[in-house]
Ligand binder design. Structure first.
Ligand SMILES: Cc1ncc(COP(=O)(O)O)c(C=O)c1O
Length: 385
């Protein structure tokens, strides 16, 4: 697979490229790579068939999913515990409506993927935000602040693991401690693991899915996963939830009611293809992303010492702290000065940061970094003179 190829996306109805066509985009979390050939073949097969009526999760998908969970996560998950979904943001909203009432609260740690901060509104509830701690360049949980912030109205905790935008893949100890916190306060623990197949250096620290929590800590657990980020099929809309507890699953399904659209056959068949045949491509992707990650980390640390960037363990998203520059809004500054479209940290509840999406050809990463440097260097020298 040649990840160096630049595939023009402008004018294809892409949010990333067409929302602000005058800007150079490194923002929303999709990649500029073609999906793996097995996925493209699955799309082609549906097109060749030519009929696009209502679809359901066919046996092949169910088999591929359970085999994936066994092979990748060493987890035996019953297909009866899996709920097929058209996306994970809708699942988060559904969870808010199912398990939180008006006036109650959802807790999450920041900075975090923006919908985590917004779904409580769907239940007329509050969001309790607890900042992650940063110690010796590593983000983790602030257990004391979490204890201090919890109220008896808090019903759900949403964990992002691997963490978007921080790039952490939390350890077994950290995930277990989150689960113990939830157990102690009787919270539903939602573990959004959409980025779980984009973890680097798993020979050192394998991804720890919440599926592996001890039984006692799994009674109120909802695990969310999808092939969408890894295989770059987010626009096709397929994801799934694992809910082992019967009454929790029933409540989730009841709340679903008639509110979600049907999932389409291309989404089902491409998910099957990705999980069944995508592993060699995923390995190549990870090697390529790792090179991009190293480039970005080294470049920021060596060429722009006024910024800081944590070690990135997972995802294709780099979280860059620009607070030393004293800008109110670094993303807006880069938009105006350099024509760049980056994610503004304010949406993640952390202003003065930017998120750079490096899921793109290496040459594009270099271009983006050069533009950031030219723009910020100007500013840094102006503040010095
Ligand atoms: C943590 C996390 N959850 C969910 C999503 C979106 O999921 P979906 O496209 O399935 O709604 C994203 C997209 O970036 C994400 O980073």
């Amino acid at each position: 697979m040649n990840f160096d190829t630049i595939i023009p996306r402008r004018g294809t109805g892409s949010i990333k490229w067409d929302r602000r066509p005058e800007l150079d985009p490194f923002w929303v979390a999709d990649m500029d790579f073609a999906s793996p050939p097995c996925v493209l073949d699955a799309v082609q097969e549906r097109i060749d068939h030519g009929v696009f009526g209502y679809a359901h999760a066919h046996d092949g998908l169910n088999e591929a999913l359970t085999e994936y969970l066994t092979a990748r996560h060493k987890a035996e998950v019953s297909i009866d515990h899996i709920i097929h979904l058209g996306g994970l943001v809708v699942a988060l909203s559904l969870i808010a409506r199912a398990f939180v009432s008006a006036g109650e609260a959802i807790m999450t740690c920041t900075p975090v993927y923006p919908p985590f901060l917004g779904v409580a509104h769907d239940a007329e509830a509050e969001t309790i935000q607890v900042p992650h701690t940063l110690t010796d360049g590593k983000y983790s949980f602030d257990w004391e602040a979490m204890e201090a912030a919890i109220t008896d109205k808090t019903k759900v905790f949403i964990l992002c693991n691997p963490q978007n935008p921080l790039g952490r893949s939390f350890t077994k100890t950290e995930v277990t401690q989150v689960a113990e916190f939830c157990h102690k306060h009787d919270l539903v623990l939602v573990s959004d693991e959409i980025h779980c197949d984009l973890v680097f250096n798993e020979d050192v620290q394998p991804f720890f899915s919440a599926i592996h929590l001890p039984e006692k800590l799994k009674q109120k657990l909802i695990v969310l996963q999808a092939p969408s980020k890894t295989y770059n099929i987010a626009g096709l809309g397929y994801a799934f939830a694992i809910i082992e507890n019967d009454s929790l699953r029933r409540k989730f399904n009841q709340t679903k009611g008639h509110t979600l659209p049907e999932i389409n056959c291309i989404a089902f068949y491409t998910a099957e293809a990705a999980y069944r045949h995508g592993e060699p491509w995923r390995q190549e992707l990870l090697a390529y992303l790792k090179k991009n990650r190293d480039t970005i980390t080294d470049f920021v640390r060596n060429e722009m010492p006024y910024l800081s960037i944590p070690d990135i363990e997972a995802t294709y998203l780099a979280w860059i702290d620009c607070s030393n520059l004293g800008l109110k809004n670094p993303a807006e500054y880069l938009e105006k000065d350099a024509g760049l479209f980056l994610s503004d940290g304010a949406y993640f509840a952390s202003p003065q940061h930017i998120r750079f999406n490096y899921g793109c050809p290496h040459s594009r990463v270099l271009e983006g970094l050069a533009k950031i440097k030219a723009s910020f260097d100007k500013l840094a020298s102006a503040t010095q003179s």
